[in-house]
Write a protein that binds this ligand. Sequence first.
Ligand SMILES: [Zn+2]
Length: 403
Amino acid sequence: MPDATFTPWLEQARALHRDMLTVDTHCDTPLLLQLKGWDLGKHHPGRTLLGGDMDLVRMKEGGLSAAFFAVFTAQGPRTAGGYANARRQADELLDALDTAFQKHPDLCERALSPEDARRLHERGKRAIFLGMENGYPLGLDLSQLDIYYHRGIRYLTLCHALDNDICAACTFLTDAAMTSRVSADTGLTTFGAQVVKRMNELGMMVDLSHTSAKTVEDVLRLTDVPVIASHSGARAMSDHPRNLTDDQLRAIAASGGVVQALFVPGFLNPDAYDPEGEQVAETLSSKKKAHYSVHPIGSDPAVDAAFEAEYRDMMAKYPPPPATVKDVVDHIDHIAKVAGIDHVGIGSDFDGGGWLADCKDVSEIPNLTAELLRRGYSETDIRKIWSGNLLRVFDEVIAKAIH
Ligand SMILES: [Zn+2]
């Protein structure tokens, strides 16, 4: 927890968050919508299994104006059956999001452009953008991209933890852990090149988080507009394959793009990462999903309490690697130094592994801003980091779209 010397910075940060437009470019909160009875418009306690890291009430509390909610699918077999399954999962998430937006028109709206975010911020409503994490649901059908665009998707993270039909990933996934890729890096595929071109035409941002070194190079050679990394760190600060090298940071900046720093302890502090804990977390998450896809949260308080107890035990036995807002700001400092202050932002990965000892959920994001203030970042720079840079890229991508 922040000590007393931190208090003046925190007060200044809170005041800034009452006024400043803020965008978090990556969170997996839609996964919580798959739990029966979980309500985006209700306040949930932080650092619990069934509460998650983000809801509309805590967004307002922390001063987060806008967020990109990820429509995520895990990579599976590259077969007709696999594609159909991924499409079904993506459709379910998109339907659940539509239902949540319809249920809370007073609290939020689906946002499609920077203009929407600015308008909603003025009105005190949360702006929810949609991004798709992993192009797996496209299969090999480019027309699916248009379908997702028309459902509101405004960025596509080309792949997730494994290669897909679009490109090579920066990692390889085993049962135990996410490791560096083991096979040759094949970069962007022919189909992937068509996807990137069509994204440029549609005005959909290309997201390079999770992609391999050669994919990053191939995309930057091909794209007509700036690209983003919606949730990535700096490799020079922590040596994990999910983080970007200095050359990659410079190349993304040279495209005019932006790198959004993440809050994932295993990427911020890979030395302390425990794959066994990850396995236990996966198992508990699957059990939770199976139970609450049938029984609503709250229908049996004893069962809910048992789940929470299991979660607390797991966190005690396998605590996440120590990571704080200082670690995130170390990455922001480095990206700003190497790529420039106009090319860095924030993509927490809340509800997808984002977890800081002193920023347990979205209600505590002013702690991060306080650390930026403490290190001497100006209000102008902080506004760039919290939304200005990303919205500049987004505006440019839309301006150059030809539909
Ligand atoms: Zn991710």
